[in-house]
Design a protein around this ligand. Sequence first.
Ligand code: G6P
Length: 610
Amino acid sequence: MCGIVGYVGDNFAEIVVVDGLKRLEYRGYDSAGLAVPLDGGLKLRRRVGKIVNLEREVLKEPLQAHVGVGHTRWATHGAPTEANTHPHTDAAGRIAVVHNGIIENYLELRHELEAAGDHFTSATDTEVVPHLVAAGMARGLGLVEAFRAALRRLEGSFALGLVSASHPGVILGARRSSPLVVGYGEKEFLLASDVLAIQSYAEAVSYLEDGDVCVIEASGVTLSDLEGRPVERPRHKVDRESLAVRKEGHRHFMAKEIHEQPRVLAQTISGRIADSGRDVVLDGVGLTGDQVRELEHVQIVACGTSWHAGLLGRYLIEGLAGIPVRVDYGSEFRGRAALLPKRSLFLTISQSGETADTLMALRGIRGQGVRTLTVCNVPTSSMVRESDDALLTLVGPEIGVASTKAFTGQILALALLAAHWGVARGTLSPVDAESFLDHLVRLPGLVEHAFTVEPALLEEARVLADARSVLYLGRGINYPVALEGALKLKELSYIHAEGYPAGEMKHGPIALIDPRFPVVAVAGSGQDQTKLLSNLSEVRAREARVTLVTTDSETPASAADRLIVVPRTSPWLEPILLVLPLQLLAYHTAVLKGSDVDQPRNLAKSVTVE
Ligand code: G6P
């Protein structure tokens, strides 16, 4: 989603800003721009489409500025046009602002400013910010005071960066509910919505908290709150090695991330199996045995692929630990006054730890005496910092917008959690725990082995590439795998795909089945899977082409037009092996269709708006 980069230092600001924006490219955006104070005024460059358009502009006509802010915009208010591209300025073009988030009361503010004679040029919510700051300065306030006064009037969420012609050596920044970091380099300072953007320049970073305001100049950085009282935020050394993201010979980040699953899943497990081999050791989860035994309910909240991991988590936690689980989308949980039983645990699942709907649901629940736990991939994220406990998936940065390794890492983390709780509650006997954990430790090797099916999937992708719609079917614990397979296909190749519980198919979707409607089914070794084969007979009787991904090597060839067999393991863990072919299928279909695999249209990696 939207990205912010700001720079003050000896290098050319526009070069550093464009470099930083390119590092945020993977998050999804549809236009990019920057502003620098120069020659007593401001210079803006804004381009629709890929950052390379902005870069060309900057290289053609170098600005050679030493202060600047830039932005990648993912359109929310107003179409992706040049007029709506950030930075936005006040009417005089003396103050320029970049913004992530949504100003909820922007219409009210805009009407007020228009009534006072102000003129607006964009359809964005952001534009009110420079206008408000200019209005404050017109009342006699200094730049920083006018910025603070403007911030106090804003409702909603924001991470902001501001440059002005009147103070050409300064960047102002502020945050509320949208991430923003200040970077410290060698005689240079940076501002960014994500450390990744400034990793080449910043040696250390401070994460701003809600309500923080920063003033960045060549002499240093000052942090304060909305009232101007100084605040201190710890500095963290930038771990460049862990942030290094390269395609490592793969054509796309997504391919690299699919293929590194065996290695990163081993990382998720590493050091987390007790020496006895019969329990799990979870760093970061401080629940005592008694607290786990007292749990009566788990409420899972997540979005997108992480929501699918949540659905799988329900099977694992209910099945292994005997705790009732409810799973909600972040946006839906917030929309209803959800009643949580006493002794509930509130569990958020998020790759980024910044997804607005999940984060807001977490914030909404805090203060209600419910313990919170997040399963997350980013140790420094808002969700990790704001939850009582955090279980890290440890799969490394995920760049492809469509989640792959983060999903399997989440399933594995939830499996570890469920096993640990099962042991504590006595629902998983020591012998069963040992057997389960043994399967878990062997899993990365089996995932590696499962890649032998890739050539067959390439052939299947040729079939799907011509389809208009595809139905994905699964049962029981593998039903969420079908949902995830369908999501991957639609995200990447823009082919309509629907995931359905196989048993429900005859209550509606079967009406769609005909020879032009391919079906992809997933079958593990659990008992429900025999029923799935019967469901597939119903489909094949109506001449649909069926691809069956299964862990059962004995499946009769007649069960499907194409059998894709992956290794068998504990039925609780088979979703990880079954989803791998679906990831590869979606990937190859998208490549065949010529889609932008790592940055599919309209999608964002981290959805920081509600
Ligand atoms: C976006 C991404 C998805 C992701 C979802 C939730 O829609 O494109 O891949 O699953 O957000 O993100 P999170 O970071 O909370 O897991």
